[in-house]
Design a protein around this ligand. Structure first.
Ligand SMILES: C[S@@+](CC[C@H](N)C(=O)[O-])C[C@H]1O[C@@H](n2cnc3c(N)ncnc32)[C@H](O)[C@@H]1O
Length: 410
């Protein structure tokens, strides 16, 4: 895809080609190309339209119905923020008083559009010409062109004195190869520029990889880890006036369906756990219930805060499973009832599961080198019953906990 192909897709013929491509996308690519050819659509336009249609189908998981009108590149889509996460961030920026925002390295514009939807005037900068053109087209398609200005250029040269908020989601992939970059010092725009923004714009937020080393969190910033339906999706550093607490775990439940707020707009249920990130949970024996904390809680180093809320303890100081006498409903952990605690032995475990006629197991692990799929094969299960197996260590010893789920709600 290049700028000429994008321009062609934005003509009336291009719109017709996109509509035709949307009807045939998702099936056999050769049949789809033939269908567009037989509708008289020129080959180059048909190929561009089919690529967009496929990317739009893939983008539905991230952007919902809005994906159908967006222009996308594969790397741009992979790097884009999920709609529910971008909307939440934008709402928080708006609530903190941000009225004009610089989005420095805006990609396809997922965050820029969310901020505009929240009523913020956005100046978006993107170095890659095609991506910048698509971001502008996406603002137009969303009816937000008046609130979003996209400039193609180097974000480090943007005059931030024009804005009262800054957002940066640096590229974590190498241009050209698309390979992931794990060291923030290799991000683009560069890490020094990104972390230096907070000194120049009092309300700055930076999106970072969820694997971020805590040692790189700038002093005074709030580090937030976000999960959606149990998947860890990103971390963000809220700087300056935006920092509320040292650490926050935000758990979004998209699958619970949107809630309508007072103004009639939709929002996804969200839950927050906060703390210092430095507290240590007490250690004790295995108890009746096991809590497997959400990855956002674990990465934010808030297991001790969760332990306090649940009146729970660890069984091993280095493993983030919590144990308690009571099953309390919590959005921050999955709760299982422990029926058996065995020192790990394949033979004993197989015998116990045979006796209970367990034919299906869900396997979780922390602190165990065992491979769940190999274990599942080695167990040679048969029967109609189900069980949860937790592979872990208790006071240093390899242990398997046989469990059953506690229904959500306690
Ligand atoms: C992770 S993506 C942004 C994704 C965006 N937040 C979204 O949700 O759609 C980072 C973008 O920054 C751009 N970029 C990298 N270095 C830049 C620079 N110095 N100036 C402007 N853009 C830059 C990359 O081309 C890439 O599109």
């Amino acid at each position: 895809m290049d700028l000429d192909q994008l321009a062609a897709l934005r003509t009336p013929e291009g719109s017709a080609a996109l509509a035709a491509a949307a009807r045939v996308a998702g099936g056999d690519p050769l049949a789809a190309a033939a269908a567009l050819r037989s509708a008289g659509i020129p080959g180059d336009l048909a190929a561009a339209a089919l690529t967009q249609a496929e990317l739009r189908r893939r983008a539905v998981g991230k952007f919902g119905a809005a994906a159908a009108g967006m222009f996308l590149t594969r790397p741009g889509l992979e790097q884009a923020t999920r709609g529910v996460v971008a909307d939440r961030r934008a709402a928080r920026l708006r609530a903190a008083g941000v009225t004009t925002l610089a989005d420095l390295g805006c990609g396809l514009g997922a965050d820029a559009l969310a901020s505009a939807r929240a009523g913020i005037r956005v100046y978006a900068v993107e170095a890659d010409p095609l991506t910048a053109a698509m971001a502008a087209a996406n603002a137009g398609a969303a009816g937000l062109a008046e609130l979003v200005t996209v400039e193609c250029g180097d974000a480090t040269a943007f005059d931030v004195s024009r804005v009262d908020g800054a957002f940066c989601d640096p590229a974590r992939r190498r241009a050209g190869t698309g390979r992931r970059v794990f060291d923030p010092r290799a991000y683009s725009p560069p890490w020094d520029f990104v972390t230096g923004l907070a000194a120049r714009v009092p309300r700055t937020v930076v999106k970072v990889a969820p694997g971020l080393d805590h040692a790189l969190i700038p002093a005074g910033a709030e580090a937030e880890w976000v999960s959606v339906d149990g998947d860890l999706v990103e971390a963000a550093l809220w700087c300056g006036e935006l920092a509320g607490v040292p650490r926050r775990a935000t758990v979004l439940r998209e699958k619970e369906g949107p809630l309508l707020n007072a103004s009639g707009s939709k929002r996804v249920p969200s839950y927050h756990l906060t703390g210092t990130g430095a507290a240590e949970a007490p250690v004790g024996p295995v108890r009746r219930f096991l809590y497997d904390p959400d990855p956002a809680v674990v990465r934010a180093h808030l297991v001790a805060e969760l332990a306090t809320d649940l009146d729970a303890t660890l069984a091993d100081p280095s493993i983030a499973y919590l144990y308690a006498d009571e099953a309390r409903p919590t959005p921050f952990a999955r709760c299982l009832e422990i029926t058996d605690v065995l020192p790990f032995s394949l033979k004993r475990l197989r015998a116990l599961l045979r006796e209970r006629r367990v034919g299906r197991v869900e396997i979780r692990k922390r602190g165990s080198a065992l491979e769940p799929e190999k274990l599942r094969r080695d167990l040679r299960l048969s029967g109609n019953a189900a069980a949860d197996l937790v592979l872990t260590r208790v006071a240093g010893d390899p242990t398997v906990l046989v469990c059953r789920p506690v229904p959500a709600g306690g």
